[in-house]
Write a protein that binds this ligand. Structure first.
Ligand SMILES: Cc1cc2nc3c(=O)[nH]c(=O)nc-3n(C[C@H](O)[C@H](O)[C@H](O)COP(=O)(O)OP(=O)(O)OC[C@H]3O[C@@H](n4cnc5c(N)ncnc54)[C@H](O)[C@@H]3O)c2cc1C
Length: 378
């Protein structure tokens, strides 16, 4: 692993830094809708500047950035205190999945509005009885004329309230083995047969929703990757989720730790051996996560696809992020229990980190079996 940037990478970083210096995202507003609109506006500005999908090929409106340039992009975004673009699921998950498995018509119609944030995407995978065991999902799609009628329930669907399209996995052959009877669809959210009910979280915001599908219609040309190939297509989406978000997550963790260090400094706690010890340990963990993320990049460069290290990063990140917010509660005292404050939000939001994008138990299984080579449970 060589962490020295090439002249091209340095030029890419400097161009981006200059653009970010001229285009500050501004202060983060509170409130679900205001926050979403701020991130949507931010993505429009990135798009206008040619920075919305740096890792996308030029033919689809991206910059063909190398993996290292993509990593630089996320690091610089974090350095500038900028948020993730509003259409993050479209940019990191749906777009790359369509590039691999979509038809020419799907790519032409669906990719450009992802970049410009005109059409927001959500991910309809999880169901009440199918989360970690995704292949157990029960939402049914039945062929009818020139399309499909979908009936069932999805849950934890982030950003569904803003979305035009949903990456939906449904069962199209109930008689096939559970991984084989699935298909991957692009569902138009703008129809009466799709009901969205917000789920309010402990933080007070409603990032995600329940989705009730009662005969929702999907035309034949919105099946991605062919009928019965849903598991394979969904795996492409999930691989992109872990590898794409990994870099941003570690940068956001660094930002939070720096904030905590500043808070501790203001309170004169950096000389207190108890706090200094804990802060130093968190610094070391954060650096380990950063270097592991770079090691993952080298693996992709060498083998062409993300390895199971992505699971290790997600597991370490969620644990460390939770520890940062817990220590922040000790540092700032009662403020961490006062609704509406930064650290009370961080403390509560961090609880979900070890569930979202794969629970820690599932990630540990992956690391045990696929990184350490331990025997499989089943
Ligand atoms: C903030 C947030 C946003 C989300 N956004 C989305 C979204 O946009 N779209 C979407 O589709 N989903 C989304 N999810 C859902 C998320 O992917 C699931 O919650 C997650 O996969 C776990 O599934 P589950 O909740 O059904 O828990 P379950 O799978 O029922 O697990 C329950 C418990 O059992 C443990 N467990 C399960 N199986 C095993 C096993 N084999 N070995 C050991 N332990 C096991 C789990 O670790 C967990 O502790 C989101 C979740 C959160 C918290």
């Amino acid at each position: 692993m060589d962490l020295t940037f090439s002249p091209e990478e340095l030029a890419f970083r400097d161009e981006l830094r200059a653009w970010l210096a001229d285009n500050e995202p501004g202060a983060e507003p509170s409130g679900d809708d205001a926050n979403f609109n701020w991130r949507r506006d931010w993505q429009r500005r990135l798009h206008a500047g040619g920075w919305a999908g740096v890792h996308w090929p030029v033919e689809y409106g991206g910059r063909d950035a190398t993996l290292t340039q993509s990593a630089i992009f996320f690091e610089e975004l974090g350095r500038a205190g900028a948020p993730l673009p509003a259409n993050v699921l479209g940019l990191l998950l749906a777009g790359p999945t369509l590039m691999v498995h979509g038809t020419d018509e799907q790519r032409e119609r669906l990719l450009p509005p992802i970049l410009s944030a005109e059409e927001i995407w959500c991910q309809g995978f999880s169901e009440p009885e199918a989360g970690s065991d995704l292949a157990a999902l029960r939402t049914r799609a039945v062929h009818d004329g020139d399309g499909w009628l979908v009936t069932g329930q999805k849950v934890w669907t982030s950003a569904a309230q803003h979305a035009k399209w949903c990456m939906l996995v449904a069962r199209t052959d109930p008689d096939a083995p559970k991984h084989k009877g699935l298909s991957y669809f692009v569902l138009d959210m703008e129809q009466d047969e799709v009901q969205i009910r917000p789920l309010r979280q402990i933080t007070g915001e409603a990032e995600f929703n329940e989705l009730f599908l009662e005969g929702a219609r999907i035309p034949d040309d919105r099946v991605v990757g062919g009928v019965g190939n849903g598991w394979k297509v969904a795996m492409t989406t999930l691989m992109n989720e872990r590898s794409g978000l990994g870099f941003f997550l570690q940068v956001a963790l660094r930002q939070r730790l720096d904030l905590l260090l500043a808070e501790a400094g203001r309170r004169g706690l950096l000389d207190d051996p108890l706090y200094a010890d804990k802060l130093a340990a968190l610094h070391v963990k954060t650096e380990i996560i950063r270097l592991t993320a770079y090691r993952g990049l080298s693996a992709i460069e060498r083998y062409g696809e993300p390895g199971p290290e992505g699971s290790l990063i997600k597991w370490m990140w969620s644990e460390t992020n939770q520890e940062v917010s817990q220590l922040a509660a000790d540092v700032v005292g009662p403020e961490a229990l006062t609704a509406g404050t930064r650290w009370s939000y961080e403390l509560m939001r961090a609880r979900g980190n070890s569930i979202e994008g794969g629970t820690t138990e599932i990630l540990k299984n992956i690391v045990a079996e696929r990184v350490l080579g331990l025997p499989k449970l089943r």
